[in-house]
Design a binder for this molecule. Structure first.
Ligand code: ATP
Ligand code: MG
Length: 261
């Protein structure tokens, strides 16, 4: 099995603050990871490294076999799909939904002058259909609901047929129905062997889609525990990571956590 992510002692410092502290993390083909941790634990920063959008201050990070700092990140980034609130801010509100997805093929947002191949348009529409937003293809992005935007963003992140898909809190802001639909769509993606390696940052174990295989618990910028979900996502480990006594339950492919009282 080849390594998709291989982080060795990855440290990120900004000023006097250590945001990531000697993180070791290996992700292999076929794996589907969840990253959990308190606000400020370093989850988004870790995704930035995995997305080849940030270099470690110290340590080494190999992404899809390429060592950050020794490779052309502009060649690497199209091989990685990323959906995050920060990226969504750069999507022009007046862009049509179809173009939001289509422009990913060229690594740009909001450009419409490229001569798109029919093949690309078909792929964009297939992805919009897979996330149930094809009827919105002609609408402009700015008019979509939060849940519709999230699904369009994931379709966009998949447009380049990436080998690695990184999702930073894709269910944030969704209502219950929207969350359940997204969990279902991500579960389907997880169970398809043709899908890229998936890494999902979330705040809620209830949002872990069935089919996800591994979890990384981040605490204060360091790896608290990492490994197969059923081994690592225990009440003890989660309580330690969140510094809060928690009860964890697992059933029907889904997870649940609440404070122990
Ligand atoms: N450029 C920076 N300079 C100083 N501190 C930073 C910088 N970028 C991030 N941080 C800090 O690093 C910590 C980790 O940030 P990060 O966004 O990775 O956390 P997170 O786990 O994604 O949190 P959340 O759950 O709130 O999204 C935070 O305390 C943040 O304030
Ligand atoms: Mg974050």
């Amino acid at each position: 099995m080849s390594s998709v992510l291989d982080l060795q002692a990855v440290t990120v410092r900004r000023g006097t603050k250590t945001i990531l502290d000697s993180v070791d993390w290996q992700v292999n083909e076929g794996e589907r990871w969840v990253i959990l941790g308190r606000n400020g634990a370093g989850k988004t920063t870790l995704l930035q490294i995995a997305a080849a959008r940030m270099h470690p201050t110290a340590g080494t990070a190999e992404v899809l076999g390429e060592r950050l700092g020794r490779t052309d990140v502009f060649g690497l980034r199209p091989r990685i799909g990323l959906a995050s609130a920060a990226l969504a801010e750069h999507i022009p509100a007046a862009e049509t939904v179809r173009n939001v997805v289509l422009t990913a093929a060229y690594g740009v947002t909001g450009r419409w002058t490229e001569a798109y191949e029919d093949f690309d348009t078909e792929r964009a529409d297939d992805l919009l259909a897979a996330f149930d937003v094809l009827p919105l293809a002609e609408r402009v992005f700015g008019t979509l609901s939060e849940g519709e935007r999230k699904r369009v963003q994931i379709a966009r992140a998949l447009m380049t047929d990436p080998e690695l898909l990184l999702l930073d809190e894709p269910a944030a802001g969704l209502d219950l129905g929207g969350r359940e639909e997204l969990v279902g769509a991500l579960s389907e993606l997880a169970s398809d062997p043709a899908s890229p390696v998936l890494v999902l940052v979330t705040h809620h174990v209830e949002e872990i889609p069935p089919g996800f295989t591994h979890v990384l618990l981040l605490k204060d910028g360091a790896v608290h525990r990492a490994g197969p979900l059923t081994e690592v996502l225990t009440a003890e480990n989660l309580s330690e990571a969140f510094a809060l006594p928690l009860i964890v339950a697992h059933g029907g492919g889904r997870w649940m956590a609440r404070a122990a009282r």
